[in-house]
Design a protein around this ligand. Structure first.
Ligand SMILES: [Zn+2]
Length: 317
């Protein structure tokens, strides 16, 4: 029988002052201490989850954010009911998070550079991708193409939104087409994978970017280790799916601490806009003859990846 399950996680591991113990080092951290350090533990570097608003505040220059496609809302064509109606879940998520969906998209400036920025929020039904997330990604890509701005997307997702059935799975194809269109212009597309990024999001736009950045310690995988172990009947290594493993295996280009994230994004975007493009001028001409502008951009991205790996700081502790 279906029954309502209510789990209060708001004070997990914390106390009344908003202080919480760090899952990394067990230190008790005050809310002020954490928020002044972008929700990164000052002792061990553990990255606490950021919500969409905090993420925008972290990356966009103050006052530069303008949301696009804000009026979109999920329909409930299947009238889906699991433990309770999907429409109730949506209302509840809107109320709890103050967001209209699991992704916000908009125009912003990063160190005065124009970008289209889209951020996901895991607190909104597990950051799941339904029709609105797919459409907002599409609109963000469209905006980036029209304005000739780069696209930066911060991912955090449990995967496709099962309450929308096949419509949520279709968003994988739709977002993939949007990435393809950006590639034809070409528009630089950078994705930042945060804890956790999984399922249909991991299997579509999150890992189709030109440069893929991950926050340290994040879990990034199509599915969870238990399901894979049950399927292949083998024990997986302890570090399976971690950002650090993904970078070693080539799924992720670089791991960047949140404290340096904006600076690193600006650096990469700057290289794409100026330095690298200029340095590539002869190469660019050569490339255009054979492979079009896309080929030259690929060269630029490869140089950035080499640069990123060379300048990566060794892990601390
Ligand atoms: Zn810690």
């Amino acid at each position: 029988m279906a029954q309502r399950v209510s789990v209060d996680i708001s004070r997990r591991g914390g106390n009344d002052n908003g202080a919480q113990s760090c899952p990394g080092c067990k230190e008790l951290l005050s809310a002020a201490e954490l928020s002044s350090n972008s929700m990164v533990c000052p002792h061990c570097g553990h990255h606490f989850r950021l919500n969409a608003r905090q993420r925008i505040e972290l990356l966009a220059d103050a006052g530069s954010w303008t949301e696009i496609a804000a009026n979109l809302r999920s329909a409930d064509p299947l009238e889906f009911f699991d433990l309770r109606p999907y429409s109730d879940r949506l209302e509840e998520a809107e109320y709890d998070t103050g967001l209209s969906e699991a992704m916000l998209a908009g125009r912003a400036k990063m160190n005065k550079m124009d970008v289209v920025l889209a951020v996901m929020d895991f607190a909104f039904i597990g950051g799941s991708m339904g029709s609105v997330v797919g459409e907002r990604f599409w609109r963000a890509a469209e905006e980036a193409i029209e304005q000739r701005f780069p696209l930066v997307v911060v991912c955090s997702s449990g995967g496709a939104r099962m309450q929308e059935g096949i419509l949520s799975l279709l968003q994988m194809a739709k977002t993939t087409c949007a990435v393809e269109l950006m590639g034809e212009v070409p528009i630089p597309f950078i994705s930042v994978l945060t804890h956790p990024t999984t399922g249909g999001v991991m299997a579509s736009f999150a890992t189709l970017a030109d440069v893929i950045i991950a926050e340290p310690g994040s879990f990034l995988s199509f599915s969870g280790p238990r399901i894979i172990e049950q399927t292949i009947k083998e024990k997986l290594p302890e570090d399976f799916g971690m950002a650090e493993t993904n970078v070693k295996n080539g799924q992720v280009d670089m791991i960047v601490s949140r404290l340096e994230l904006k600076e690193r994004l600006v650096q990469i975007l700057g290289m794409l806009e100026g330095g690298v493009a200029c340095a590539l001028e002869p190469l660019w001409k050569e490339e255009t003859r054979f492979a079009g502008r896309r080929g030259a951009l690929t060269q630029a991205f490869n140089r950035i990846k080499t640069f990123a790996n060379a300048s990566r700081r060794p892990p601390q502790g």
